[in-house]
Ligand binder design. Structure first.
Ligand code: HEM
Length: 505
């Protein structure tokens, strides 16, 4: 029972407001678990050479060990049980990989064996039966989707073609901040502006024209990220968890977010179709997705659009961390501002060609992604068939978490691993290091296709923020609170409350 109380504490942290009926739910959980205990633990695993695993409890397996932050608990357990470790979370087996060598096997060498994604209740609903790219089962549909994303939006040539959109939106965000300066009060949360303007930039790249409100989109996706990261009983207790999710209100919340999302995209698509019959706008990604030859239904298209805006939210999250790290590291802030201002010189704003000369700015972003990867255990992988890794048997239908957060903070690999030191990247390390010690976007078949797009957005926004303004914390505050908050992405919990002053030189 003590263990259930631990679990209760943990679950409470996962989704505020969703667990009013938690006690009732846990009673159900206990009742059903007793019923299913024999069935799910009766399977003999004695013949298999399974990876090491901590002692587990009946019914809930290792669930009780989980502090709100998966990646931190996994790192602590891996320090004790090894860099490849099998956990049982409720009824679901999880493989946790925490060393560069084993990560390379799972993501590259044995890529095809682990190229699926696990079924999760949130992705099933939000992604209309896994018909987006990031949760699509490995196969032809996923391949076609990833290619369409590349051709229409994400390949380097397309990313380059959207340069004017990024520059315009960055300039608009600066205008907005200039207006705050005259008020002489702190901006309550600068990261709200990051999300709004990055979403708007992405929306303008995906669909050349829409009258829909992009600020609404930013808020909507922030909520989607939250609900995608909320604990679902069904994911851990597939045989009965659905009904507990109904009781807790999770299913209702999921459906209503999905409907809101649906209505938004329906309007964008309808408007796009009626407009493109009347004028000759340049073809955009939405045109491509609507082409008959690809056989995509409206539901498929909406799922794919959802994918892209989760990526935009990741970029906004990364910008917030980068900015916060700079505020807390005055030396790094001074150095990067000097670089940006030297390169831009007497021009009135940052242009993208300037960025090529901003080596330290790029180091700042890499160091941010090392310490605060948006996906600390990546998007989970899944093996539909049994596999062997490092001589261990991995049972079929295991969810695989590659703990890149732990790998990128491993003191055996990184000197002063917990400190923000952008200089460590002056060796021009690639954004995917071949030895797998630095892999914030994953590697292999399921790696992030949005790297060029995401980095281009981050660089121009950050450079502008550093060029135009000096920044200080309100009152006597010396440092920002860097406490994490885990939704679908790893976020910074505290708002970015800060005072801008226009830089005049
Ligand atoms: C700083 C920004 C971003 C970060 C840190 C990030 C990170 C990631 C990570 C860790 C994964 C999982 C990789 C794996 O499982 O190996 C991923 C997948 C993905 N990302 Fe990104 N991402 C970012 C921006 C974007 C953007 C801007 C887009 C699109 C507009 C995007 C689209 C995707 C898609 C579609 C997938 C799924 C790929 C697949 O399953 O094949 N991401 N991203």
């Amino acid at each position: 029972m003590v263990e259930l109380l631990y679990a209760q504490q943990w679950l409470k942290g996962q989704g505020e407001g969703l667990f009013n009926n938690l006690t009732l739910s846990l009673l159900f959980l206990f009742f059903f678990s007793v019923l299913f205990w024999r069935k799910f633990n009766g399977v003999s695993s004695t013949k298999l050479n399974l990876p090491p695993s901590p002692p587990k409890l009946p019914l809930i397996g290792h669930l009780h060990k989980f502090h709100p932050f998966f990646h931190r608990t996994c790192r602590d357990l891996s320090n004790k049980y090894g860099s490849i470790m099998l956990l049982q979370l409720g009824q679901a087996p999880f493989l946790v990989v925490s060393s560069p060598d084993t990560a390379k096997k799972v993501m590259m060498t044995q890529d095809t064996e682990f190229a699926d994604r696990p079924p999760t209740s949130a992705a099933k609903v939000m992604m209309r039966g896994y018909t987006n790219v990031s949760f699509a089962p490995y196969g032809d549909y996923w391949r076609q989707g990833k290619k369409l994303f590349g051709d229409g939006l994400l390949n380097p040539q397309r990313v380059q073609s959207f340069r004017h959109v990024r520059e315009e939106e960055a300039a608009l965000m600066m205008e907005k901040i200039f207006r705050y300066c005259s008020l002489q009060t702190p901006i309550e949360d600068l990261s709200d502006l990051f999300r709004a303007f990055i979403s708007k930039t992405s929306l303008r790249c995906v669909v050349t024209y829409t009258s829909q409100d992009s600020h609404k989109l930013a808020d909507m996706y922030h909520d989607v990220m939250t609900i995608m990261g909320t604990f679902s009983f069904e994911d851990y207790f597939p045989s009965f968890g659905y009904w507990i999710d109904v009781l807790t209100g999770f299913r209702w919340k999921l459906k209503s977010k999905c409907q809101e999302n649906d209505i938004y995209w329906e309007q964008v698509i309808d408007e796009h179709i009626s407009r493109s019959t009347h004028n000759g706008d340049k073809k955009d990604l939405l045109d491509l997705l609507l082409q008959k030859e690809y056989n995509l239904t409206r539901a498929n298209i909406k799922a794919m659009l959802t994918d892209l805006f989760l990526g935009a939210d990741d970029a906004a999250t990364t910008l917030k961390w980068a900015f916060a790290e700079l505020i807390n590291s005055p030396n790094a802030m001074k150095k990067v501002q000097e670089e940006v201002r030297r390169v831009v010189g007497i021009k009135s704003k940052v242009h993208e060609e300037d960025i090529h000369q901003m080596e330290y700015l790029k180091c700042v972003l890499k160091e941010t992604l090392r310490l605060h990867p948006a996906g600390p255990t990546l998007v989970p992988r899944y093996n539909s068939k049994g596999a062997i890794v490092n001589g261990y048997d991995i049972p079929p239908n295991t969810t695989v978490l590659v703990n890149v957060w732990a790998i990128m903070r491993d003191p055996k690999v990184w000197e002063n691993a917990e400190e923000f030191i952008p200089e460590r990247f002056t060796n021009n390390m690639d954004i995917k290091s071949p030895d797998h010690t630095f892999v914030p976007f994953g590697t292999g078949k399921r790696s992030c296709p949005g790297i060029s797009f995401g980095l281009a957005v981050l660089e121009i926004f950050l450079a502008n923020l550093l060029f135009h303004f000096d920044w200080k914390l309100p009152g006597d505050l010396k440092e920002l609170d860097m406490t994490e908050w885990q939704g679908f992405a790893l976020q910074m919990k505290a708002p970015l409350r800060i005072i801008p002053t226009p830089h005049s030189d």
